[in-house]
Write a protein that binds this ligand. Structure first.
Ligand SMILES: [Zn+2]
Ligand SMILES: [Zn+2]
Length: 302
């Protein structure tokens, strides 16, 4: 049954101990890093404006297939690499998987691995409280995109583990390069029509990822205890390759599988394409130490 109280005690095994926002030391950013980071919003705004191009070029079946391909491949890099691998370490993978996955994720125009993880760490640390960059209690549109428009745009702290890897750090600072390169590839493939398709895909992808922060903290079920407003939402799960099972994710942030619910006290599994991808990586030797709740080895308390 859904549990609706947002003020439940935080399960100690599923979330890091909360700190107050004031205890969080602010990161210092040099001018070159600031310049590199601010290319991100400029790019995303350009893509939104670029969508209008499609009205003039039209979109053929090939262009729609390109939109879909670019949407799903980049969504997978964000969910499977940025989120479940780099941020939550829900499985282990060789460094080249992290590097290649991060380059593909950068092509989404949603910033690099350090920036992304820095913000997401804060989201889990302070979820739906002061200190959460996209705190859903400040309103739907705030959590969807408005949080990006002000001082929250810069993470309070860049994650030390990602920053320690010089390649990931390089990818983070040059995050805009794969994004622009993919636009150019699109243009080379099919001229203005495919460039318009790239703009459409990138804009849809931006809002697809954003629904996890907005819809999934407002609408859906709460089968598990989590000290926030996170919810399982099937529509978002479809749009985000399984990330919409967000209440499960907040209850078990370290789990490689997010498609889990509880019905009449029984654990049921839900469609989770990102988890299938991780299992696929494991089959070809590129993923190991997959962490899962409700198995003999895992602590199962929720
Ligand atoms: Zn959340
Ligand atoms: Zn997360």
């Amino acid at each position: 049954m859904p549990l609706k109280s947002p003020s439940r005690p935080s399960p100690s095994f599923s979330q890091p101990a909360r700190e107050t926002a004031t205890q969080h030391q602010k990161q210092h950013y040099s001018k070159p890093v600031l310049a590199a980071y601010w290319t991100g919003p400029v790019f995303i705004i350009t893509c939104h404006i670029g969508v209008v191009m499609a009205l003039f070029t039209g979109l053929s079946l090939g262009a729609w297939l390109w939109i879909a391909f670019l949407y799903w491949i980049r969504m997978l890099a964000i969910t499977g690499i940025y989120h479940r691998l780099l941020t939550h370490k829900s499985y282990s993978a060789p460094k080249p998987v992290k590097w290649v996955g991060s380059i593909i994720a950068c092509a989404a125009g949603q910033m690099g691995p350090s920036w992304w993880k820095g913000h997401h760490d804060e989201h889990h640390l302070f979820s739906d409280q002061a200190g959460d960059p996209h705190n859903s209690t400040k309103g739907f549109w705030w959590s969807h995109y408005q949080w990006l428009l002000g001082g929250n745009f810069l993470p309070s702290k860049l994650p030390a583990d990602v920053e320690k890897d010089p390649i990931l750090r390089l990818i983070d600072r040059f995050h805009i390069v794969p994004a622009i390169a993919l636009g150019l590839i699109s243009f080379a493939l099919g001229g203005s029509e495919y460039l318009a398709a790239f703009f459409v895909s990138t804009t849809l992808l931006f809002h697809g990822v954003a629904t996890v922060n907005s819809l999934c903290h407002q609408f859906g079920t709460q089968p598990f205890h989590s000290d926030d407003h996170s919810r399982n939402n099937g529509l978002v799960a479809f749009l985000t390759l399984g990330e919409g099972w967000h209440n499960c994710h907040h209850a078990f942030p370290w789990s490689a599988r997010q498609g889990i619910t509880k019905i009449d006290g029984q654990i049921k599994y839900l469609p989770d394409p990102t988890f299938l991808f991780i299992q696929g990586l494991q089959r070809v030797g590129l993923a190991s130490k997959i962490r899962l709740p409700f198995t003999k080895d895992a602590t199962e308390l929720n």
